[in-house]
Design a protein around this ligand. Sequence first.
Ligand SMILES: [Cu+2]
Length: 356
Amino acid sequence: MNERSTSWIAIAALFTAALALALAVVATVRVSDDEPAGAAEADMGHGAAGEHGAPALTEGVPDATATRGGGVLEPRIENGVWVYELQTRPVRWEILLGTKVTAYTYNGTVPGPEIRVPYGQRVRFLVKNDLPDPTTVHWHGIAVPNAMDGVPGVTQDPIEPGETFTYEFDAIPAGRDSKGGTFLYHSHFEEDRQVGLGLAGAFVIEEPNPVRYDVERTIMISEWALDTATGETRPPMEMEGSLPNFFTLNGKSFPATETIEAKRGDRVLLRLVGAGQFEHPMHLHGTDFRIVAKDGHPAEQPPAADVVQVAPGERYDVAFTATEPGKWVFHCHIGHHLTNDGDDPGGLILVVDVVG
Ligand SMILES: [Cu+2]
């Protein structure tokens, strides 16, 4: 082989390598930017990936960049309207050190960001759907105009992947006698699947003259069906292969759950939200509490209790005074919900640490 043909072979090889690299780059960009994660693989029609109980796609789903969910989302203000951007998208969410689920999220976190507005505030939500499936948002317990109610096929067409839909309303409880409280927003498209995979967030309407607490937390309760052998996440259901085996408070299983710190004598308010598909009898050690509101309705004579049943969609605001120093647990009273894939203790436990 002469010198000239050798150099042609070298040039041809370089060209081929460059072409392969360029194709690889194009393929990567297409998956990460132009299409929702997994969209290329998923059937995009209604019912899409929603074959009953089918696992969420894992491949191509990015890791969450945030480690905690439920932070209050700051709006931008346009002519007095509080404007929020919500993006639905799948992420790999760490519920426990080293244990990740594929979650459907608002803005990349479980739970979705908390919306917190004064009573009557005009709000606008630009909801961009970057899920592989259609979606809608329902504003649970809020007096929205019917067209803003988020029920696919009844009040609106589903928001298709890649599309944006705008919701706008005044933040007023549907129970018109109520001036505020704990509400939520969640998917109303294939709820069995999308809410089960995490699509929910808290919506707090602040009363004009709210009772002030020293410590206040919103706690969203959810379940997960994670196959630890394959890494597949399925929507948790009462069916083989989809039975929940992980349980989270604000997207974390014990011992990864947040510890709530209080000083002796502090007044504490917990806003409990049934964000999943199962009921949880939540119990506090060390003291009882008062159920000061149910579904955004303040109780006229708050009943005392030390267990409160939180069913899907329900909200209970419970208040107590941290009188006794120590690490007091707040937990579900169904033993199985206190495990992480069978390992005890885990799941729905958090510590209220009272100091002083
Ligand atoms: Cu439970």
